[in-house]
Design a protein around this ligand. Structure first.
Ligand code: NAD
Ligand code: TYD
Length: 357
């Protein structure tokens, strides 16, 4: 049977990769994107789909209940894939309001709309909530990796707002028997990643000859997953996941920030001869730490591997090489994003981090 998906946040980084992935792998399905086009949303991410009759784009806010109700009815949606969020930890520290509004109230609005609409679907519906490993808080070096049963302990306004939304999604399964699914994934990287996040920021700053800000001592550890592996995992959860369940998704790639930045410098030295500053490592600058900076994230993805048969296919070396090459080949994509607004954010953000350790 053909499916019709409502993809919220489909003009963002992971959402746009997911829309491309879905229409490549399920060409007979239809995808409706609902996206407010905040600073992080970009219609260019979906430009090549504009003439695809299976693709529809709607600009709007997930907090707009009447709009969401209308879209579910108009397009006969049976799967909601919910990506829309404010997603950047540093921005959540500077200004948390929009995180509570979109991540908590927006998710609540979608759940209420789905609760009202679901009886029409004769049991053939799914609500996938795309969340983060950051809800579990931080690990010490020797702690075992996050499991689905790890207690929530969010430390930033971003992760607290995602935790709140996860709890609502869970409650709608238990209280209203809605077929909800939650995924908690580690840090993604790949094409269409907005310049404020670590990997694109480092790539772009190297190309511009700007300093590479590493927070604190650079020993914080993140688990990195190539974005298309995440999309495959979400497809697997939509098809085979058990309603009411949570699935952790990770790349088995724990890397210290400073090592990651050095890997990116080496790749840039190799793939982009004639850099403004070479070797690129000379640009590395340790700056004041992020407040509440989680020390380590690590994901135990054995549940999705053993129960649903998913595992990552791209190693960090392969994925970083492809990603660096993508940023080299797609200057026309990222250059316009370094707008006045972005520069103002960058100034505000990195001015507060600028005292050297
Ligand atoms: P992103 O910031 O790149 O994109 C978010 C998208 O949501 C943008 O297109 C934006 O315009 C849209 N949006 C924001 N507020 C909205 C609103 N009120 N109504 C409609 N649209 C709105 O984020 P991303 O990195 O693609 O993350 C997508 C999801 O995946 C988020 O829920 C995030 O918490 C989760 N996640 C991200 C990562 C990661 O490493 N990036 C890892 C795990 C989970
Ligand atoms: P980020 O991409 O913001 O993801 P998250 O905070 O959600 O994990 O940052 C990844 C790591 O890189 C995190 O430990 C913070 C660090 N970082 C820097 O050291 N410098 C930077 O300029 C940025 C944006 C992040």
């Amino acid at each position: 049977m053909n499916e019709t998906l409502l993809v919220t946040g489909g003009a963002g980084f992971i959402g746009s990769n997911f829309v491309h992935y879905w229409l490549r792998n399920h060409p007979d399905d239809a995808v409706v994107v609902l996206d407010a086009l905040t600073y992080a949303g970009n219609r260019d991410n979906l430009k090549d789909l504009e003439n695809n009759p299976h693709f529809h784009f709607v600009e709007g806010d997930i907090c707009d209940r009447a709009l969401v109700d209308g879209l579910l009815e108009k397009y006969n949606i049976n799967i909601i894939a919910h990506f829309a969020a404010e997603s950047h930890v540093d921005r959540s520290i500077l200004a948390p309001d929009s995180f509570i509004k979109t991540n908590v109230m927006g998710t609540f609005t979608l759940l209420e709309a789905f609760r009202n609409y679901y009886p029409q679907l004769d049991g053939n519906g799914r609500f996938l909530h795309v969340s983060t490993d950051e809800v579990y808080g931080t690990l010490d070096a020797n702690d075992s990796a996050f499991q689905e049963t790890t207690p929530y302990a969010p430390n930033s306004p971003y992760s607290a707002s995602k935790a709140g939304s996860d709890h609502l999604v869970r409650a709608y399964y238990y209280t209203y028997e809605l077929p909800t699914l939650i995924t908690n994934c580690s840090n993604n990287y790949g094409p269409y990643h907005y310049p404020e996040k670590l990997i694109p920021l480092i790539c772009i700053n190297i190309l511009l000859g700007k300093s590479l800000p590493v927070y604190g001592d650079g020993q914080n550890v993140r688990d990195w997953l190539y974005v298309l592996d995440h999309c495959r995992a979400l497809d697997t959860v939509i098809q085979k996941g058990k309603p009411g369940e949570t699935y952790n998704i990770g790349g088995n790639n724990e890397v210290k920030n400073i090592e990651l930045v050095r890997m990116l410098c080496q790749l840039m030295d190799e793939l982009a001869p004639g850099l403004p500053v070479s070797p690129a490592q000379e640009l590395i600058t340790f700056v004041k730490d992020r407040p509440g900076h989680d020390r380590r994230y690590a994901i135990d993805a054995s549940k999705i591997r053993t129960e649903l048969g998913w595992e990552p296919s791209v190693t960090i070396e392969q994925g970083l090489r492809q990603t660096v090459q993508w940023y080299l080949d797609n200057r026309h994509w990222w250059e316009p994003l370094l707008s006045q607004d972005y520069q103002a954010y960058y100034q505000q953000m990195y001015h507060s981090h600028s005292s050297q350790l």
